[in-house]
Design a protein. Sequence first.
Length: 468
Amino acid sequence: MAEKNEVDLLKEKLFNKKENGWIDVKDKENILNYAKGYIKFMNEAKTEREVVKQSKKIADSNGFRDINECESLKPGDKIYYINKEKSMYLAIIGKESIEKGLNIIGAHADSPRLDLKPNPIYEEAEFAYFKTHYYGGIKKYQWTTIPLSIHGVIVKTNGEKIELNIGESEDDPIFTITDLLPHLAQDQMEKKLKNGIDGEDLNLLIGSIPYNSTASEGVKLNILNILNQKYGITEKDFLSAEIELVPAMKCRSMGFDESMVAGYGQDDKVCVYMELTALVDMKDIPNKTAVCIISDKEEIGSMGNTGMESHVFDTFISEILNKLGVNRPNLLEKVFCNSKMLSADVDAGFDPIYASVSEKNNAAHLGRGIGLNKYTGARGKSGASDANAEFVAEVRDIFEKNDIKYQISELGKVDVGGGGTIAYILANKGIDVIDCGVPVLSMHAPYEVTSKFDIYETYRGYKAFFEN
Ligand code: MN
Ligand code: MN
Protein backbone atom coordinates (compact mmCIF):
# COMPACT_ATOMS: atom_id res chain seq x y z
CA MET A 1 0.00 0.00 0.00
CA ALA A 2 2.82 2.36 0.90
CA GLU A 3 4.29 1.75 -2.54
CA LYS A 4 1.07 2.74 -4.28
CA ASN A 5 0.92 5.99 -2.39
CA GLU A 6 4.42 6.82 -3.48
CA VAL A 7 3.49 6.15 -7.12
CA ASP A 8 0.40 8.30 -6.76
CA LEU A 9 2.37 11.11 -5.22
CA LEU A 10 5.02 10.89 -7.90
CA LYS A 11 2.38 10.92 -10.63
CA GLU A 12 0.73 13.91 -9.04
CA LYS A 13 4.05 15.69 -9.06
CA LEU A 14 5.20 14.75 -12.54
CA PHE A 15 2.18 14.20 -14.79
CA ASN A 16 0.27 16.96 -16.54
CA LYS A 17 -3.12 16.03 -15.13
CA LYS A 18 -5.95 16.95 -17.47
CA GLU A 19 -9.19 17.01 -15.59
CA ASN A 20 -12.73 18.21 -16.01
CA GLY A 21 -13.07 21.72 -14.61
CA TRP A 22 -16.59 21.14 -13.31
CA ILE A 23 -15.32 18.69 -10.69
CA ASP A 24 -15.06 20.52 -7.35
CA VAL A 25 -15.77 23.78 -9.13
CA LYS A 26 -15.69 26.73 -6.75
CA ASP A 27 -17.52 29.53 -8.50
CA LYS A 28 -20.36 27.77 -10.29
CA GLU A 29 -22.74 30.62 -9.61
CA ASN A 30 -20.38 33.15 -11.23
CA ILE A 31 -19.91 30.81 -14.20
CA LEU A 32 -23.66 30.51 -14.79
CA ASN A 33 -24.24 34.23 -14.28
CA TYR A 34 -21.46 35.21 -16.65
CA ALA A 35 -22.95 32.90 -19.30
CA LYS A 36 -26.29 34.71 -18.96
CA GLY A 37 -24.66 38.00 -19.89
CA TYR A 38 -22.90 36.32 -22.78
CA ILE A 39 -26.12 34.76 -24.12
CA LYS A 40 -27.85 38.14 -23.94
CA PHE A 41 -24.98 39.76 -25.89
CA MET A 42 -25.14 37.01 -28.53
CA ASN A 43 -28.84 37.57 -29.10
CA GLU A 44 -28.25 41.27 -29.67
CA ALA A 45 -25.15 40.93 -31.84
CA LYS A 46 -25.33 38.47 -34.72
CA THR A 47 -23.27 40.36 -37.31
CA GLU A 48 -20.02 42.34 -37.14
CA ARG A 49 -21.89 45.66 -37.36
CA GLU A 50 -24.17 44.61 -34.49
CA VAL A 51 -21.18 43.41 -32.45
CA VAL A 52 -19.50 46.80 -32.87
CA LYS A 53 -22.72 48.58 -31.93
CA GLN A 54 -23.20 46.51 -28.76
CA SER A 55 -19.51 46.76 -27.88
CA LYS A 56 -19.70 50.55 -28.19
CA LYS A 57 -22.66 50.52 -25.78
CA ILE A 58 -20.67 48.46 -23.26
CA ALA A 59 -17.63 50.72 -23.70
CA ASP A 60 -19.66 53.94 -23.38
CA SER A 61 -21.34 52.75 -20.20
CA ASN A 62 -17.92 51.94 -18.71
CA GLY A 63 -16.34 55.35 -19.21
CA PHE A 64 -14.66 54.82 -22.59
CA ARG A 65 -14.48 57.71 -25.09
CA ASP A 66 -13.90 57.96 -28.82
CA ILE A 67 -10.18 58.72 -29.25
CA ASN A 68 -11.11 61.46 -31.74
CA GLU A 69 -12.73 63.36 -28.88
CA CYS A 70 -9.59 63.27 -26.72
CA GLU A 71 -7.06 66.11 -26.99
CA SER A 72 -4.44 64.26 -24.98
CA LEU A 73 -4.13 61.01 -23.07
CA LYS A 74 -2.79 59.94 -19.67
CA PRO A 75 -2.65 56.69 -17.64
CA GLY A 76 -6.10 55.42 -16.80
CA ASP A 77 -7.77 56.96 -19.85
CA LYS A 78 -10.17 54.63 -21.65
CA ILE A 79 -10.57 55.05 -25.39
CA TYR A 80 -11.81 53.37 -28.54
CA TYR A 81 -11.82 53.81 -32.28
CA ILE A 82 -14.56 52.47 -34.55
CA ASN A 83 -13.47 51.58 -38.08
CA LYS A 84 -16.29 51.83 -40.64
CA GLU A 85 -18.83 50.34 -38.19
CA LYS A 86 -17.31 46.88 -38.64
CA SER A 87 -14.16 46.72 -36.57
CA MET A 88 -13.18 48.41 -33.34
CA TYR A 89 -10.12 48.92 -31.15
CA LEU A 90 -10.25 49.78 -27.45
CA ALA A 91 -7.53 50.65 -24.97
CA ILE A 92 -6.89 51.58 -21.35
CA ILE A 93 -3.68 53.59 -21.00
CA GLY A 94 -1.34 51.87 -18.55
CA LYS A 95 0.86 53.26 -15.78
CA GLU A 96 4.15 52.16 -17.34
CA SER A 97 5.80 53.87 -20.29
CA ILE A 98 4.05 52.69 -23.44
CA GLU A 99 7.49 52.02 -24.95
CA LYS A 100 7.64 48.88 -22.83
CA GLY A 101 4.86 47.45 -24.98
CA LEU A 102 1.15 46.72 -24.97
CA ASN A 103 -0.89 43.80 -23.67
CA ILE A 104 -3.21 43.05 -26.58
CA ILE A 105 -6.15 40.68 -26.92
CA GLY A 106 -7.69 40.38 -30.38
CA ALA A 107 -10.81 38.58 -31.57
CA HIS A 108 -12.98 38.76 -34.68
CA ALA A 109 -16.64 39.71 -34.94
CA ASP A 110 -17.49 38.19 -38.32
CA SER A 111 -18.85 34.65 -38.61
CA PRO A 112 -19.69 32.34 -41.52
CA ARG A 113 -23.04 33.22 -43.08
CA LEU A 114 -24.84 33.84 -46.37
CA ASP A 115 -24.54 37.29 -47.99
CA LEU A 116 -26.98 38.65 -50.57
CA LYS A 117 -25.65 39.09 -54.09
CA PRO A 118 -25.72 42.65 -55.48
CA ASN A 119 -28.66 41.71 -57.77
CA PRO A 120 -30.45 39.38 -55.38
CA ILE A 121 -34.16 39.37 -56.19
CA TYR A 122 -35.81 37.15 -58.79
CA GLU A 123 -38.99 35.25 -59.40
CA GLU A 124 -39.43 31.63 -60.46
CA ALA A 125 -42.65 29.60 -60.60
CA GLU A 126 -44.54 32.21 -58.59
CA PHE A 127 -42.02 32.31 -55.78
CA ALA A 128 -39.73 35.27 -55.08
CA TYR A 129 -36.16 34.58 -53.98
CA PHE A 130 -32.93 36.27 -52.93
CA LYS A 131 -29.71 34.96 -54.48
CA THR A 132 -26.87 34.51 -51.97
CA HIS A 133 -23.11 34.09 -51.93
CA TYR A 134 -21.81 32.26 -48.87
CA TYR A 135 -19.21 33.94 -46.64
CA GLY A 136 -16.51 31.89 -44.94
CA GLY A 137 -16.15 28.14 -44.57
CA ILE A 138 -19.58 26.53 -44.44
CA LYS A 139 -21.02 23.08 -45.02
CA LYS A 140 -23.73 24.19 -47.45
CA TYR A 141 -26.22 21.46 -46.57
CA GLN A 142 -26.40 22.82 -43.00
CA TRP A 143 -27.92 26.09 -44.22
CA THR A 144 -31.05 24.70 -45.85
CA THR A 145 -34.36 24.17 -44.01
CA ILE A 146 -33.41 26.28 -40.99
CA PRO A 147 -35.00 29.61 -40.01
CA LEU A 148 -32.89 32.50 -41.28
CA SER A 149 -33.06 36.19 -40.41
CA ILE A 150 -32.00 39.17 -42.51
CA HIS A 151 -29.50 41.66 -41.07
CA GLY A 152 -27.60 44.50 -42.65
CA VAL A 153 -27.64 47.87 -44.30
CA ILE A 154 -28.90 49.36 -47.55
CA VAL A 155 -27.28 52.68 -48.43
CA LYS A 156 -29.05 55.00 -50.86
CA THR A 157 -27.14 57.31 -53.19
CA ASN A 158 -28.00 60.27 -50.96
CA GLY A 159 -26.16 58.53 -48.11
CA GLU A 160 -29.30 57.54 -46.24
CA LYS A 161 -28.69 54.23 -44.49
CA ILE A 162 -31.48 51.75 -43.88
CA GLU A 163 -30.74 49.18 -41.21
CA LEU A 164 -32.43 45.82 -41.52
CA ASN A 165 -33.06 43.30 -38.76
CA ILE A 166 -35.91 40.97 -39.71
CA GLY A 167 -36.57 37.57 -38.16
CA GLU A 168 -35.25 37.91 -34.62
CA SER A 169 -38.39 39.19 -32.90
CA GLU A 170 -41.20 36.67 -32.32
CA ASP A 171 -43.54 38.89 -34.34
CA ASP A 172 -41.23 39.01 -37.37
CA PRO A 173 -41.45 36.63 -40.30
CA ILE A 174 -38.42 34.37 -40.88
CA PHE A 175 -36.99 33.07 -44.15
CA THR A 176 -35.63 29.73 -45.27
CA ILE A 177 -33.84 27.87 -48.05
CA THR A 178 -35.67 24.75 -49.21
CA ASP A 179 -34.24 21.28 -49.79
CA LEU A 180 -35.45 18.27 -51.73
CA LEU A 181 -37.84 15.79 -50.10
CA PRO A 182 -36.18 12.40 -49.42
CA HIS A 183 -38.76 10.70 -51.66
CA LEU A 184 -37.29 12.41 -54.71
CA ALA A 185 -33.70 12.81 -53.54
CA GLN A 186 -32.31 9.55 -54.92
CA ASP A 187 -29.76 11.29 -57.14
CA GLN A 188 -28.90 13.97 -54.58
CA MET A 189 -28.28 11.34 -51.88
CA GLU A 190 -25.72 9.62 -54.12
CA LYS A 191 -23.65 12.81 -54.31
CA LYS A 192 -20.66 13.56 -52.12
CA LEU A 193 -21.71 15.56 -49.05
CA LYS A 194 -19.84 18.66 -50.25
CA ASN A 195 -21.74 18.58 -53.57
CA GLY A 196 -25.13 17.76 -52.09
CA ILE A 197 -26.23 21.41 -52.19
CA ASP A 198 -24.90 23.65 -54.94
CA GLY A 199 -23.73 27.16 -53.98
CA GLU A 200 -26.02 28.63 -56.62
CA ASP A 201 -28.98 26.80 -55.09
CA LEU A 202 -28.70 28.60 -51.74
CA ASN A 203 -31.64 30.82 -52.69
CA LEU A 204 -33.74 32.34 -49.96
CA LEU A 205 -37.52 32.00 -50.30
CA ILE A 206 -39.03 35.42 -49.57
CA GLY A 207 -42.61 35.52 -50.92
CA SER A 208 -45.41 33.97 -52.93
CA ILE A 209 -48.25 36.49 -53.45
CA PRO A 210 -48.49 38.09 -56.94
CA TYR A 211 -49.13 41.84 -57.16
CA ASN A 212 -52.25 41.22 -59.30
CA SER A 213 -53.57 38.75 -61.85
CA THR A 214 -51.95 40.36 -64.88
CA ALA A 215 -48.45 41.58 -63.96
CA SER A 216 -45.54 39.45 -65.14
CA GLU A 217 -43.02 38.80 -62.31
CA GLY A 218 -45.94 39.70 -60.07
CA VAL A 219 -44.50 38.12 -56.88
CA LYS A 220 -41.19 39.96 -57.28
CA LEU A 221 -43.16 43.14 -57.94
CA ASN A 222 -45.26 42.61 -54.83
CA ILE A 223 -42.18 42.05 -52.64
CA LEU A 224 -40.44 45.14 -54.06
CA ASN A 225 -43.63 47.12 -53.44
CA ILE A 226 -43.73 45.96 -49.81
CA LEU A 227 -40.04 46.91 -49.39
CA ASN A 228 -40.64 50.26 -51.07
CA GLN A 229 -43.53 51.10 -48.78
CA LYS A 230 -41.64 50.02 -45.69
CA TYR A 231 -38.12 51.26 -46.44
CA GLY A 232 -38.46 53.56 -49.46
CA ILE A 233 -36.09 51.41 -51.50
CA THR A 234 -36.14 50.12 -55.09
CA GLU A 235 -34.43 47.10 -56.65
CA LYS A 236 -31.43 49.27 -57.56
CA ASP A 237 -30.70 50.05 -53.90
CA PHE A 238 -29.62 46.44 -53.31
CA LEU A 239 -26.55 47.36 -55.39
CA SER A 240 -25.18 49.36 -52.46
CA ALA A 241 -26.09 47.08 -49.60
CA GLU A 242 -24.51 44.62 -47.20
CA ILE A 243 -27.16 42.14 -46.22
CA GLU A 244 -26.39 38.99 -44.29
CA LEU A 245 -28.52 35.93 -43.63
CA VAL A 246 -27.89 34.33 -40.26
CA PRO A 247 -29.70 31.59 -38.32
CA ALA A 248 -32.83 33.00 -36.67
CA MET A 249 -32.34 30.64 -33.74
CA LYS A 250 -31.70 32.14 -30.32
CA CYS A 251 -28.49 31.57 -28.44
CA ARG A 252 -29.52 29.33 -25.51
CA SER A 253 -28.34 27.55 -22.41
CA MET A 254 -27.84 23.86 -23.24
CA GLY A 255 -28.04 20.48 -21.52
CA PHE A 256 -30.03 19.18 -18.51
CA ASP A 257 -27.17 20.45 -16.36
CA GLU A 258 -27.09 23.77 -18.27
CA SER A 259 -23.33 23.38 -18.64
CA MET A 260 -23.12 24.51 -22.27
CA VAL A 261 -24.16 27.29 -24.64
CA ALA A 262 -25.61 26.64 -28.09
CA GLY A 263 -25.74 29.48 -30.55
CA TYR A 264 -24.79 30.88 -33.93
CA GLY A 265 -21.52 32.72 -34.43
CA GLN A 266 -19.76 31.79 -31.20
CA ASP A 267 -16.67 31.67 -33.45
CA ASP A 268 -15.59 34.28 -32.61
CA LYS A 269 -18.13 36.44 -30.81
CA VAL A 270 -17.51 34.43 -27.64
CA CYS A 271 -13.95 35.77 -27.58
CA VAL A 272 -15.15 39.31 -28.37
CA TYR A 273 -17.45 39.20 -25.34
CA MET A 274 -14.78 37.69 -23.07
CA GLU A 275 -12.03 40.17 -24.06
CA LEU A 276 -14.39 43.12 -23.85
CA THR A 277 -15.74 42.24 -20.41
CA ALA A 278 -12.21 41.43 -19.20
CA LEU A 279 -11.14 44.92 -20.30
CA VAL A 280 -14.04 46.90 -18.85
CA ASP A 281 -14.13 44.88 -15.60
CA MET A 282 -10.58 45.81 -14.62
CA LYS A 283 -10.73 47.74 -11.36
CA ASP A 284 -7.25 49.27 -11.28
CA ILE A 285 -5.23 51.03 -13.93
CA PRO A 286 -3.10 48.28 -15.56
CA ASN A 287 0.69 48.51 -15.68
CA LYS A 288 0.85 47.97 -19.43
CA THR A 289 -1.55 49.68 -21.80
CA ALA A 290 -4.34 47.14 -22.38
CA VAL A 291 -5.65 46.91 -25.93
CA CYS A 292 -8.67 45.07 -27.26
CA ILE A 293 -9.12 44.32 -30.97
CA ILE A 294 -12.48 43.50 -32.54
CA SER A 295 -11.58 42.59 -36.09
CA ASP A 296 -13.63 41.88 -39.22
CA LYS A 297 -13.22 39.61 -42.29
CA GLU A 298 -11.20 36.96 -40.43
CA GLU A 299 -13.36 34.22 -41.93
CA ILE A 300 -12.36 35.23 -45.47
CA GLY A 301 -8.69 35.98 -44.88
CA SER A 302 -8.63 39.26 -42.88
CA MET A 303 -8.34 41.36 -46.04
CA GLY A 304 -9.91 44.75 -46.79
CA ASN A 305 -9.94 47.94 -44.76
CA THR A 306 -11.83 46.41 -41.83
CA GLY A 307 -9.76 43.19 -41.77
CA MET A 308 -6.71 42.75 -39.58
CA GLU A 309 -4.40 43.07 -42.60
CA SER A 310 -5.40 46.75 -42.92
CA HIS A 311 -3.17 49.36 -41.29
CA VAL A 312 -5.97 51.02 -39.36
CA PHE A 313 -4.88 49.29 -36.14
CA ASP A 314 -1.38 50.78 -36.52
CA THR A 315 -2.98 54.18 -37.00
CA PHE A 316 -4.94 53.74 -33.75
CA ILE A 317 -1.78 52.95 -31.77
CA SER A 318 0.09 55.84 -33.48
CA GLU A 319 -2.73 58.12 -32.47
CA ILE A 320 -2.31 56.97 -28.85
CA LEU A 321 1.43 57.74 -29.06
CA ASN A 322 0.62 61.17 -30.52
CA LYS A 323 -1.91 61.99 -27.82
CA LEU A 324 0.40 60.77 -25.05
CA GLY A 325 2.90 63.29 -26.46
CA VAL A 326 5.65 60.68 -26.77
CA ASN A 327 5.68 59.84 -30.47
CA ARG A 328 8.91 59.92 -32.49
CA PRO A 329 10.17 58.12 -35.62
CA ASN A 330 9.96 54.31 -35.37
CA LEU A 331 8.42 54.35 -31.90
CA LEU A 332 5.36 52.44 -33.18
CA GLU A 333 7.55 49.58 -34.45
CA LYS A 334 9.42 49.52 -31.15
CA VAL A 335 6.18 49.41 -29.14
CA PHE A 336 5.00 46.46 -31.24
CA CYS A 337 8.28 44.58 -30.76
CA ASN A 338 7.81 44.88 -26.99
CA SER A 339 4.13 43.88 -27.04
CA LYS A 340 2.41 40.63 -26.07
CA MET A 341 -0.82 39.33 -27.47
CA LEU A 342 -3.45 36.68 -26.97
CA SER A 343 -5.05 35.99 -30.34
CA ALA A 344 -8.52 35.32 -29.01
CA ASP A 345 -10.10 32.76 -31.28
CA VAL A 346 -11.93 29.52 -30.77
CA ASP A 347 -10.39 26.09 -30.89
CA ALA A 348 -11.77 22.80 -32.25
CA GLY A 349 -13.21 20.92 -29.28
CA PHE A 350 -12.79 17.14 -29.13
CA ASP A 351 -16.02 15.51 -30.34
CA PRO A 352 -16.22 11.79 -29.43
CA ILE A 353 -18.63 11.18 -32.33
CA TYR A 354 -15.85 12.29 -34.68
CA ALA A 355 -12.88 11.21 -32.59
CA SER A 356 -10.86 10.00 -35.58
CA VAL A 357 -9.86 13.55 -36.65
CA SER A 358 -8.25 14.32 -33.28
CA GLU A 359 -5.11 13.06 -31.62
CA LYS A 360 -6.18 12.41 -28.07
CA ASN A 361 -3.09 13.73 -26.31
CA ASN A 362 -3.24 17.03 -28.15
CA ALA A 363 -6.96 17.73 -28.48
CA ALA A 364 -8.84 20.47 -26.64
CA HIS A 365 -11.72 19.25 -24.49
CA LEU A 366 -14.82 21.16 -23.51
CA GLY A 367 -14.83 21.79 -19.78
CA ARG A 368 -11.07 21.77 -19.33
CA GLY A 369 -10.56 25.52 -19.50
CA ILE A 370 -8.93 27.95 -21.93
CA GLY A 371 -7.61 26.35 -25.08
CA LEU A 372 -4.24 27.55 -26.31
CA ASN A 373 -2.86 26.70 -29.74
CA LYS A 374 0.90 27.18 -29.83
CA TYR A 375 0.58 27.02 -33.61
CA THR A 376 -2.13 26.46 -36.19
CA GLY A 377 -1.48 26.04 -39.92
CA ALA A 378 -1.88 22.89 -41.96
CA ARG A 379 0.31 20.08 -43.30
CA GLY A 380 3.67 20.64 -41.64
CA LYS A 381 2.56 23.81 -39.74
CA SER A 382 2.38 25.60 -43.09
CA GLY A 383 1.25 29.20 -42.66
CA ALA A 384 1.45 28.99 -38.86
CA SER A 385 2.48 31.61 -36.37
CA ASP A 386 4.32 29.35 -33.92
CA ALA A 387 4.49 31.01 -30.50
CA ASN A 388 7.93 31.23 -28.89
CA ALA A 389 8.47 28.85 -25.96
CA GLU A 390 9.54 31.82 -23.81
CA PHE A 391 6.23 33.56 -24.39
CA VAL A 392 4.20 30.37 -23.84
CA ALA A 393 5.99 30.04 -20.49
CA GLU A 394 5.01 33.62 -19.57
CA VAL A 395 1.37 32.95 -20.41
CA ARG A 396 1.42 29.65 -18.47
CA ASP A 397 2.87 31.51 -15.50
CA ILE A 398 0.07 34.09 -15.57
CA PHE A 399 -2.60 31.38 -15.73
CA GLU A 400 -1.01 29.17 -13.07
CA LYS A 401 -0.50 32.04 -10.64
CA ASN A 402 -4.16 32.96 -10.99
CA ASP A 403 -5.35 29.36 -10.71
CA ILE A 404 -6.84 29.41 -14.22
CA LYS A 405 -7.43 26.10 -15.95
CA TYR A 406 -5.86 25.88 -19.40
CA GLN A 407 -4.99 23.30 -22.02
CA ILE A 408 -2.60 23.49 -24.96
CA SER A 409 -3.71 21.65 -28.04
CA GLU A 410 -3.54 21.24 -31.80
CA LEU A 411 -6.34 21.76 -34.30
CA GLY A 412 -6.86 18.11 -35.25
CA LYS A 413 -4.50 15.34 -36.27
CA VAL A 414 -1.40 15.99 -38.36
CA ASP A 415 -2.35 16.18 -42.06
CA VAL A 416 -6.09 15.99 -41.39
CA GLY A 417 -6.65 19.69 -42.00
CA GLY A 418 -5.89 22.96 -40.30
CA GLY A 419 -6.78 26.59 -40.01
CA GLY A 420 -5.56 30.05 -39.23
CA THR A 421 -6.43 33.12 -37.19
CA ILE A 422 -5.30 36.75 -37.04
CA ALA A 423 -2.24 35.67 -34.97
CA TYR A 424 0.30 35.73 -37.82
CA ILE A 425 -0.65 39.27 -38.86
CA LEU A 426 0.21 40.70 -35.44
CA ALA A 427 3.25 38.40 -35.14
CA ASN A 428 4.55 40.02 -38.36
CA LYS A 429 4.82 43.30 -36.45
CA GLY A 430 7.15 41.68 -33.92
CA ILE A 431 4.50 41.06 -31.28
CA ASP A 432 4.67 37.84 -29.22
CA VAL A 433 1.37 36.10 -30.02
CA ILE A 434 -0.40 32.90 -29.05
CA ASP A 435 -3.86 31.68 -30.03
CA CYS A 436 -6.03 31.45 -26.98
CA GLY A 437 -9.80 30.89 -26.79
CA VAL A 438 -12.47 28.33 -25.96
CA PRO A 439 -12.99 24.93 -27.59
CA VAL A 440 -16.13 24.69 -29.76
CA LEU A 441 -18.17 21.80 -31.11
CA SER A 442 -19.74 22.07 -34.59
CA MET A 443 -17.56 25.09 -35.44
CA HIS A 444 -18.92 27.16 -38.38
CA ALA A 445 -22.29 25.37 -38.23
CA PRO A 446 -25.50 27.37 -37.78
CA TYR A 447 -25.51 26.22 -34.14
CA GLU A 448 -22.18 25.94 -32.32
CA VAL A 449 -21.60 24.54 -28.82
CA THR A 450 -19.30 25.80 -26.05
CA SER A 451 -18.82 25.08 -22.34
CA LYS A 452 -19.78 27.71 -19.75
CA PHE A 453 -16.83 26.60 -17.63
CA ASP A 454 -14.37 27.37 -20.44
CA ILE A 455 -16.05 30.70 -21.16
CA TYR A 456 -15.72 31.91 -17.58
CA GLU A 457 -12.20 30.55 -17.22
CA THR A 458 -11.15 32.31 -20.43
CA TYR A 459 -12.69 35.58 -19.23
CA ARG A 460 -10.64 35.21 -16.02
CA GLY A 461 -7.56 34.34 -18.07
CA TYR A 462 -7.92 37.38 -20.32
CA LYS A 463 -8.40 39.62 -17.30
CA ALA A 464 -5.30 38.19 -15.62
CA PHE A 465 -3.32 38.80 -18.84
CA PHE A 466 -4.42 42.44 -18.96
CA GLU A 467 -3.69 42.90 -15.25
CA ASN A 468 -0.26 41.28 -15.50
MN1 MN B 1 -12.38 32.27 -35.55
MN1 MN C 1 -13.82 30.59 -38.00
